[in-house]
Design a protein around this ligand. Structure first.
Ligand code: PMP
Length: 488
């Protein structure tokens, strides 16, 4: 049966992929692509495990709110699980994690409570605990919850052993956030594939686990201090400012065979290299893990098989240093390609407009006149046109009610009603474009003229004459336009 009973059945069973172009001679390199999970990260596994374990042991009641501190991916995973199972979700997250994460969680129906970056990971964890106590919510406790490593022991590690066979893999390279991946995988590997060496990678400037400083814990397993070795680093989701209890287990039980530090720059470069050379689109911690795996490869015996865990997709890093050098505008090289043929380019005049527009009919002309005299503010608009959206947003922000005529809506397509009104507008306004805006029966113009009137104060005066006061909020009305529509 290939049909899944819900999205939750698509979590796990991620592919192991051979690396063809970036692997040095003499070793075989592989990656496990956790971006293939429905939420785009490894954390979908833990989210499902924590919620279903709590459902079974009764610590999570039907309809109870779930709360958790997360660098984002756990929140996205929990949001998916909670959406499917009907639990409200509140996430606490330091403001320094990428805005894509916030928006994704909110899009999936979660509430995101930001915490100050200065309070670091320990701060967002404390906030989640406070909220759980205050409101009686279920705290997921990913950093301590045994359901976190358990899912990696029972799924991720099993998948790896299925792919390589017992003792078929020589090195497994992973970072840690909660340590769920590390602790769960190492538990199963040490039992069923003891020849596999477990290599932990950390940011070179924040190698808290390799530092030897012993982390202090509270009786409930939460970290009792911010680790003194912690420094900010760009690998979001990795190495918080404490060694989580979950990660501590792998270290305390001697299951770590080596540490490999990795620099932020190498992480960013390797994420880009995986994309451009292998077509593997992953995030910063994935780039870091692969960079560390390449270091391991340098001293690995010939013929070694090395697997790097790639925790998430690159799509949630558009606003981060990962994409800092990826321009929005065309580069000189792209401009040259554009100019290499005659038409459809920005530096040549557009094709002449089509001739033979239909003439306006008397009935449509009368209808426009009637509409603009009946309503104080009228916007003739197209439903999904960016200029029209910008004008609407401007009026909405200014708190002004307007009457919109949606010329291309299904209703106005009946008997070409919208088309006839457009012909009438072309004649009345002496302009072919939409939107067209009227105040007190007077034609202001299209989007450009309306923005100009807003900026000069003329719009406010015209509204005043209609006893409408305007709350001008924008410095410049042109800011309502998407950037690609800003006047060139
Ligand atoms: N990379 C990213 C991007 C993550 O979000 C996480 C989880 N916070 C990790 C790596 C680490 O995974 P784990 O919590 O299983 O150690």
């Amino acid at each position: 049966m290939a049909i899944k009973s819900s999205i939750l059945e698509t979590i796990g069973q991620t592919p192991t992929i051979r690396v063809n172009h970036l692997a040095p001679e003499g070793v075989e390199m592989y990656v496990k692509l956790e971006a293939a999970n429905p939420g785009g990260s490894v954390k979908d596994r833990l989210a499902l495990s924590i919620i279903e374990t709590a459902e079974r042991d009764g610590s999570l009641q039907p309809g109870q709110t779930v709360v958790e501190a997360t660098s984002g991916n756990t929140g996205i995973g929990l949001a998916i699980v909670c959406a499917q199972k009907g639990y409200p979700l509140v996430v606490t997250m330091a403001e320094s994690f990428s805005v894509e994460r916030r928006k994704l969680m909110r899009f999936l129906g979660a509430k995101v409570v930001l915490t100050p970056a200065s309070e670091k990971g320990t701060g967002m964890v404390r906030k989640a605990r406070e909220l759980a106590e205050e409101h009686g919510w279920f705290l997921a406790r990913q950093f301590e919850n045994p359901a976190n490593p358990a899912i990696h022991e029972n799924t991720t590690a099993r998948e790896i052993i299925e792919d390589f066979g017992a003792d078929g893999l020589d090195y497994l390279v992973t970072g840690f956030g909660t340590g769920g991946t590390l602790t769960g995988i190492s538990r199963r590997m040490k039992a069923d594939s003891p020849a596999t060496r477990i290599i932990v990678t950390e940011p070179d400037n924040s190698a808290i686990m390799a530092s030897g400083h012993v982390q202090a814990y509270n009786p409930d397993g939460s970290a009792a201090e911010s680790h003194p070795g912690f420094r900010p680093h760009p690998m979001q989701g990795w190495s918080p400012d404490f060694i989580p209890a979950v990660a501590h287990e792998a270290m305390a039980e001697g299951r770590i065979d080596g540490f490999q530090p990795v620099g932020g720059q190498a992480a960013l470069e390797m994420s880009r290299a995986l994309a451009t050379r292998e077509g593997i689109f992953v995030g910063i911690s994935a780039g870091a893990t692969f960079a560390a795996a390449l270091e391991v490869a340098k001293t690995a015996p010939k013929g070694s098989k090395i697997l790097a865990m790639l925790p998430d997709t690159g799509e949630r890093y558009l606003s981060t240093p990962l994409f800092a050098d990826v321009p929005e505008e065309m580069s000189d090289e792209e401009m040259a390609i554009s100019r290499s043929t005659e038409t459809i380019r920005f530096d040549a005049p557009a094709a002449a407009p089509a001739v033979g527009q239909p003439a306006a009919d008397a009935e449509a002309l009368a209808e426009v006149q009637e509409t603009v005299s009946e309503h104080a503010v009228v916007v003739y608009a197209l439903e999904w046109c960016e200029f029209c959206w910008s004008v609407r947003k401007m009026f909405e922000d200014a708190g002004i009610d307007y009457h919109a005529v949606e010329l291309d809506s299904v209703a106005y397509q009946q008997d070409n009603h919208g088309g006839r009104l457009r012909a009438a507008l072309r004649e009345i306004c002496n302009a072919p474009t939409i939107p067209q805006v009227f105040v007190g029966g007077q034609h202001i113009g299209g989007a450009t003229e309306t923005f100009d009137a807003y900026n000069s104060g003329q719009l406010a005066e015209m509204l005043e004459a209609q006893q409408i006061s305007m709350a001008a909020t924008a410095q410049n009305a042109y800011s309502y336009l998407p950037k690609w529509l800003h006047p060139r």
